[in-house]
Design a binder for this molecule. Structure first.
Ligand code: ZN
Length: 135
């Protein structure tokens, strides 16, 4: 099944990647069901942000709290590759939790979606196709 992504979320990810360059941008993918409605940029708090990312933990706590109160769910995460391709790096594979969340990776204007494990935790990342919706 295709994931749906709003054009606003895609635009927000591309803007975040451009703004953070040459560092990695990062943030959370918020939505409901199979729909990514919002890409919320957070600080990249990793000490080596040119080659790594770590989403601001307080932003994650806040998003999960809002989700429990009926807000948008945390469907996954996004980050950019300032140099290279929008495919999971060795570092990304090492960080993967196998929790079934969606990872979006941005390189230039390209945005690709990946699923982190899921039913088979050893599966690693699998490419997801998506359709763009207006809202
Ligand atoms: Zn990466």
């Amino acid at each position: 099944m295709d994931v749906e992504v709003t054009s606003q979320a895609l635009a927000a990810m591309r803007l975040a990647a451009r703004s953070a360059h040459p560092r990695e941008a990062c943030g959370m993918l918020l939505g409901e069901g199979g729909r990514i409605i919002e890409a919320r940029t957070t600080a990249n708090v990793h000490p080596a942000p040119e080659t790594h990312f770590e989403i601001d933990p307080q932003a994650l706590v806040d998003a999960h709290r809002a989700a429990r109160r009926g807000g948008l769910q945390v469907i996954g995460y996004f980050h950019s590759h300032p140099t290279g391709d929008p495919v999971p790096s060795i570092t990304d594979r090492a960080m993967a939790a196998g929790d079934g969340r969606v990872w979006a990776i941005i390189a230039g204007e390209q945005v690709r979606l990946w699923k982190d494990g899921g039913s088979d935790a050893d599966a690693g990342f699998t490419a997801l196709s998506y359709v763009v919706t207006e809202r």
